[in-house]
Unconditional design. Structure first.
Length: 143
């Protein structure tokens, strides 16, 4: 019995639109990361980017469960000595909800060159409109 191994020439990619309104951030991010990796396809190959393009709309309506809005922080380092910065998720979701969703998905992808290639297939928008209408994306219902 032969084993099928996908390569860059045999991958067929589709475009999906995900409405994030009312969805928990972590559950949304894990489902989107799985689609970006291509784990929903029978032709999934771990060392090849077989994933699809994903457009996330209404990311300003994503919810965080429990007390995460007050207790959770987005941490990053500027590169300078003592440059660790912390932003509470209450401020992050109010001002930069698209960055919060983007970073949640990026954290669930592989931490290598393949993961950096996969995250380029993600588009995140605060409102209900997006610029990829020419690609004829399909609506994807996650839950």
């Amino acid at each position: 019995m032969k084993t099928y191994m996908a390569n860059a020439q045999t991958v067929e990619r589709k475009w999906y639109v995900v409405d994030a309104a009312g969805q928990p951030l972590g559950r949304l991010a894990s489902k989107v990361a799985s689609i970006l990796r291509g784990k929903n396809k029978p032709s999934f190959t771990p060392n090849v980017d077989t994933g699809d393009y994903v457009i996330i709309v209404n990311c300003d309506k994503v919810v965080l469960t429990g007390k995460k809005l007050e207790n959770k922080f987005y941490r990053y380092h500027t590169g300078y000595i003592g440059g660790l910065k912390e932003v509470p998720y209450s401020k992050m979701m109010a001002e930069h909800s698209d960055l919060a969703v983007y970073e949640a998905v990026r954290g669930m992808l592989p931490k290598n060159s393949l993961g950096r290639q996969m995250i380029k297939k993600l588009r995140v928008y605060k409102g209900a409109e997006h610029n990829q209408a020419a690609q004829k994306p399909e609506t994807l219902k996650l839950f």
